[in-house]
Design a binder for this molecule. Structure first.
Ligand code: SF4
Length: 355
């Protein structure tokens, strides 16, 4: 993808996990061929920014040497699988089987159509966008569930996940190649044999120690390549969809700039897109403003500062959204960056008081 600060290159780590060698190699490649920064996306992918037409090919070769490049673009797009970072060996096996089946298939699924493997000790991905979910019931059984429907069917193999995706296509879920499972279900099409309820989400993960290692938050989901390499020295990295990395098997991580180690850190309440000057569509420098406003965001609330109505930084509703416009900031309560604002054209100086 092209952006204001060069091309953006996405890495979709297999199984959502990077070995220390892979993570260190990515950090080197980012320093050499990108702008030194790595973004963690809401779908647990990595993005390298600041790539140029000249640096793109050597970057891809460096990533290929780390076993991070698929055979072709179609295979890369099809293995759109998000895996719980708290994966046990069984979950890793399920994710690998599903990725392999998707890669080998020729299913013409929409580009955003994705799968979630959420079969760790407790479900954590139910709020994360996905179309087909692999979960556990309260008794530990494996359940395959279409997003948007409360019940699923007993899961035995990846072939059943592919069959559910085929069912989605056969039911007209993607006219003209676009569409999502929840939209099809909302139109009143229930999947067959779906009678099992998944276990509910108990708690959204927060930075700090977890049984699998240490979760660290990244300010705005971004990390400097040197910090990424430092973390990789402590163990394999699991990417998450919550702008956090899980460092496997590590009980303590040094305090480094941009890392969030405390669950009460006000920066965890912030969402902000790249904004100016990195994005040429931006009407404001979003991240500097969000930092200044952090202490004004009530505990437990989320503030999204968006450089324009596209809302790339948080493409869903937030408690408070500030959308930059040529006339100032629009304030939206409980909505997305493009929703109808309650207040329009606010100057930056008024924002603390308004929040
Ligand atoms: S929301 Fe707008 S300003 Fe922000 S990164 Fe996306 S396109 Fe750019």
């Amino acid at each position: 993808m092209e952006s204001g600060d060069g091309w953006i290159t996405r890495i979709r780590p297999h199984g959502g996990r990077l070995s220390p060698v892979q993570a260190t190699g990515i950090a080197s490649a980012v320093r050499e061929h990108g702008n030194g920064l790595i973004d963690l996306t809401g779908r647990a992918n990595l993005q390298i920014r600041g790539v140029t037409p000249a640096s793109h090919a050597p970057l891809i070769e460096a990533l290929r040497a780390l076993d991070l490049i698929d055979a072709d673009i179609g295979a890369e797009q099809r293995h759109n699988v998000i895996v719980t970072p708290f994966a046990d060996p069984e979950t890793d096996g399920l994710a690998a089987e599903l990725e392999a089946a998707l890669t080998a298939s020729a299913l013409p699924l929409p580009s955003k159509f994705g799968f979630a493997v959420d079969t760790g000790p407790a479900p954590v991905l139910q709020d994360i966008p996905a179309d087909i979910r692999l979960e556990r019931g309260a008794d530990g059984s494996l359940i395959l569930r279409a997003d948007g429907f409360p019940y699923g069917a007993l899961y035995r193999s990846a072939a059943e996940a592919l069959a559910l995706a085929e069912w989605f296509l056969a039911q007209g879920g993607a006219p003209e190649g676009r569409g999502r499972m929840a939209g099809l279900i909302a139109r009143g099409t229930p999947p067959a044999d779906a009678m099992l309820a998944p276990a509910p989400v108990l708690q959204t993960p927060a930075p700090g120690p977890v049984p699998q290692g240490m979760l660290v938050g990244l300010e705005f989901g971004q990390i400097e390549a040197g910090t990424f390499a430092t973390l990789a020295a402590f163990g394999p990295l699991r990417v998450t969809p919550w702008r956090m990395l899980l460092i496997e098997g590590s009980a303590k991580i040094p305090a480094l700039p941009g890392l969030i180690a405390e669950p009460g850190d006000p920066r965890l309440r912030l969402r902000a897109c790249t904004g100016a000057p990195g994005c040429r569509h931006a009407h404001a420098a979003t991240r500097a403003l969000a930092r200044r406003l952090a202490s004004h965001v009530p505990k437990g609330r989320v503030l999204h500062v968006s450089g324009c109505a596209k809302g790339c930084g948080w493409p869903r509703a937030a408690d408070l959204t500030l959308t930059a416009t040529p006339e100032g900031f629009d304030l939206i309560r409980g909505g997305c960056a493009s929703d109808i604002p309650q207040l329009r054209g606010l100057p930056p100086a008024r924002l603390p008081e308004v929040l």
